[in-house]
Every structure is written in C-alpha cells, then in structure tokens.
Ligand binder design. Structure first.
Ligand code: ADE
Length: 236
C-alpha cells in the first residue's frame, strides 16, 4: 500500500477524486481515505498545517495502514534561483529549520535522539519520483527541503534558512513527516511544487498560485503511484 499525505485539500483532492472503492476512517479528526488509485492500494490523508498535525497524521497512518512508502505532496516556497513558480522540488533529505538547541552546542536543526540534522529520503522512491518528473517535462531540482512552523515571507529569514541548511525549498510539514517515518523505518519521499519565492511577495503569490502549483505535484504523484507499484510487483 502507498500512503499519500498533503497538508491541505488543494494538495490532495486530485488524488482522492480518482479513488475507487473508497473507505473513510476518521482518527484524531483526520480523515484517512483508503481505496484504489489507478488500481493500486492507496491511503490518502489531509494532515492540516504544521509539524504537529503532520506527525499525528503520519504516525496514525503507519500504525493503522503500515504503508510500504509514504509520499508527502504539496506546495513550497522556493529558496533556489533554479526553482520558480510551478517548478518541482524533490527532496534528497529533510531538515527542520526551527529546531534550535545551538545554545547547548549542537548544530542548528540537530535532532538529539536521532543524532542527525538531515533525514534522508528513500533512494528508490526518490529515483522513481525523479523519473516521473522527467517524463512530465517539468523543471525540477533535487536537494534539501526545510520545514518549520512558519510561512516564510521575509528575505532575511529566507536567506538564513538557505545558508544554514543549503536548502532549495521551504514548507511546514515535510520534516516532521520525515522524522516520523524515520522513527518507524517507513520509507518516504517528499515532492513539492513551488507556489511562491518565500520573499516579500510570497503571501500574494501563494494566494494566486498555490492551487495551480499543487496540481503539478499531484500529477507527478499520480504517475509515481503507478510506477512504484509496477516496480514493486516486478520484484515480488
Ligand atoms: N508553503 C508554500 N510556501 C511557503 C512558504 N513561503 N513558507 C512556508 N511554507 C510554504
């Protein structure tokens, strides 16, 4: 089974619309829709905004459905000069830019219990995701994606996240989905379409472009579901 998480309805509706034999279960106020997408067993959830909601959703999805892989699809602000509105960021690894115990001598973003800053995505899922983006002919970049409980819209904050973590995009859930998957040994991959450039115009751009950008990530995620399933079935 493939698990798909998005933080908002606009990031997920295009997948739920295609689901057949849908069965819904509500846990902790989050609706999990299980069914067939292109004939592939899939569970889909809208986690809500921010890291706590995303962790609750991910842990619940893992415990109830034990998916083979979890994909987080949605939108992000660009931190890279190569990524513009509508383009795609694929994560090499995830970081939580608002985790800061540097006063105690640790690196920014350091997760003490896991003893790391960067949470690596599943290489196999990433490879398939990259193939899907290339087939779609959309401009993309692979790199670090940074998450925190803030919408980034100030140049100084953007520059700090970029230089502290060498990140290409910022959003508000992927890092906690990654940590929850990592703690449960569940493979994960994050795909985000650019809705804004995380600068002074971000709130206006986001309002105009988020919905359209989200569709780009959804279309690639739909292709991923087919390809991941085909490659997994070949190996069985
Ligand atoms: N998601 C989309 N754009 C974002 C931004 N600028 N900051 C945080 N999350 C986002």
């Amino acid at each position: 089974m493939i698990g798909i998480i998005g933080s908002m309805k606009i990031e997920i509706d295009g997948i739920i619309d295609r689901m057949e034999e849908k069965e819904e279960t509500v846990i902790s106020g989050i609706t999990f829709a299980k069914g067939l997408v292109s004939g592939v067993e899939t569970v889909v959830a809208i986690c809500g905004t921010g890291k706590v909601s995303a962790s609750v959703c991910t842990q619940t999805m893992i415990m109830k459905y034990a998916p083979d892989v979890i994909i987080n699809t949605g939108v992000a602000g660009s931190l890279s000069e190569n990524l513009h509105i509508g383009d795609i960021a694929i994560s090499e690894s995830m970081v939580q830019h608002d985790v800061d115990i540097s006063e105690l001598g640790y690196a920014l973003g350091y997760l003490c219990e896991l003893e790391l800053v960067y949470l690596p995505v599943d290489p196999k899922a990433k490879k398939i995701m990259v193939e899907c983006v290339e087939n779609a002919g959309v401009n993309y970049e692979i790199g670090v994606i940074a998450s925190g409980d803030q919408f980034i819209s100030a140049q100084a904050k953007k520059d700090a996240i970029k230089s502290n973590f060498n990140a290409i995009a910022c959003e508000m859930e992927g890092g906690s989905i990654a940590q929850t998957c990592y703690m449960n040994q569940t493979p994960f991959c994050i795909i985000r379409a650019i809705s804004d450039e995380a600068n002074g115009e971000a709130s206006i751009d986001y309002t105009i472009f988020a919905s359209k950008a989200a569709k780009n990530a959804i279309n690639i995620t739909l292709e991923f579901i087919k390809k991941f399933n085909a490659e997994n079935s070949e190996q069985e």
